[in-house]
Design a protein around this ligand. Structure first.
Ligand code: NAD
Ligand code: DAU
Length: 335
């Protein structure tokens, strides 16, 4: 089987590529990645020698129609991770989000239509907006879309296009909306790796606002086992929500991280809040569990975080070249 993985040099995509090569010997992988600031060649150069012949890396844009058409024509399935993915960036400049997340997804859908290629669209729980902190409700596949940021609204638009291409053109597509991922190869602009690498540089963690915002943390490998299950056995046209019952507020995340790294739990600073900052995300994963029999394996957040701290500690060469620029950008935003 030949799988085209868009955004395969990014955080979740690179982890997916490693899992495919490690665990599915009958799969050949082509990565299509533009290598934006978020794509990292170092996330794919550590592929073992005996797997290299099954991996092709193409540098290019998902909005490049000719390139996409050629690649899709040679593939059995597309798993579409490529996106502009960071909320803070989308508040500063939404245009790359519209271009990649909407035009890029449209380009891929059109190629999937022409070549009758199976398409799995990776999306986010942020399309549903947010929940109150004291609300027992969780997001379900029936929750109405209500995105808050330019990022999440562009992802919502891309989801709706996928649904339209299924209905109007019979494209064989599925969608998954996942909660916040953590684990190896995550860009250090994101919360957990930023806090870990700050600590490794002697800087106190920085919480936006009061730090009580809740995210539903899932280990990236659990996200990817769910994606594989949906790609293989999901029903065409369906949306599956992926989450592992990991609701934790930002203060609690930093407290665990501090303890694991040898600091007092409350050793952090408060900084300017994110405009429009979503309060709480929470996933009801019943459909995924009951229909596809998926179960998460990394259910102990403390031990998953300990492994992640160890990864960043041992892979300074992977993130150190990015650190100064990322922090300069945050300093300009008051974060
Ligand atoms: P990331 O920013 O780490 O990686 C994105 C990758 O896409 C990078 O390698 C980048 O170079 C590539 N890319 C960007 N624009 C491109 C273009 N025009 N053409 C080709 N490649 C391009 O993102 P991530 O955190 O790995 O997220 C991957 C996907 O998962 C996204 O669609 C995101 O919306 C979704 N998602 C992320 C999370 C999370 O917690 N990180 C949770 C749910 C869903
Ligand atoms: O829910 C899924 C989404 O999770 C994905 O769709 C996005 O691609 C991914 O980036 C993530 O979005 P968030 O905005 O939730 O992630 P981020 O890592 O930016 O922030 C997580 C929380 O931590 C959020 O409440 C903001 C807060 N934060 C973040 C940073 C970078 C801080 O308090 N301090 C920080 O320095």
């Amino acid at each position: 089987m030949k799988i085209l993985v868009t955004g395969g040099a990014g955080f979740i995509g690179a982890n997916f590529v490693h899992t495919l090569l490690d665990e599915h010997e009958d799969v050949d992988v082509t990565v299509l990645d533009k290598f934006t600031y978020a794509g990292n060649r170092g996330s794919l150069t550590d592929v073992p020698e005996d797997q290299v012949s099954r991996l092709t890396i193409v540098e290019g844009d998902v909005a490049d129609r000719d390139l996409v058409d050629d690649l899709v024509g040679e593939t059995d399935a597309i798993v579409h991770f490529a996106a502009e993915s960071h909320n803070d960036n989308s508040l500063n400049d939404p245009f790359p989000f519209v271009q990649t997340n909407l035009v890029g997804t449209c380009t891929l859908l059109e190629a999937a239509r022409r070549h009758a290629t199976r398409f799995h669209h990776i999306s986010t729980d942020e399309v549903y907006g947010d929940l109150e902190l004291d609300d027992p409700a969780k997001f379900t596949p029936e929750t109405p879309y209500n995105p808050s940021s330019p990022y999440s609204s562009s992802k919502a638009g891309s989801d709706l296009m996928v649904r339209a291409w299924v209905r109007s053109f019979g494209v064989e597509a599925t969608i998954s909306n996942c909660s916040n991922n953590y684990g190896p190869y995550q860009h250090i602009e994101k919360f957990i790796p930023r806090m870990i690498t700050n600590r490794l540089r002697g800087v106190r963690p920085r919480l936006y606002g009061d730090g009580l915002n809740v995210r539903d943390w899932i280990h990236v490998r659990d996200h990817n086992t769910a994606v594989w299950e949906i790609l293989m056995n999901g029903r065409i046209g369906e949306t599956y929500l992926i989450g592992a019952d990991g609701e934790t507020n930002n203060r609690e995340v930093v407290a665990v991280l501090n303890e694991l790294m040898g600091y007092p739990a409350d050793d952090f600073d408060h900084v300017t809040d994110r405009p429009g900052h979503d309060l709480r995300y929470a996933i009801d994963n019943t459909k995924l569990r009951e229909e596809l029999g998926w179960e998460p394996h990394f259910t102990d957040f403390r031990s998953g975080l300990a492994d992640t701290i160890e990864w960043y500690t041992n892979h300074e060469a992977w993130w150190a070249p990015l650190k100064e620029q990322v922090e300069a950008k945050y300093a300009a935003e008051g974060h």
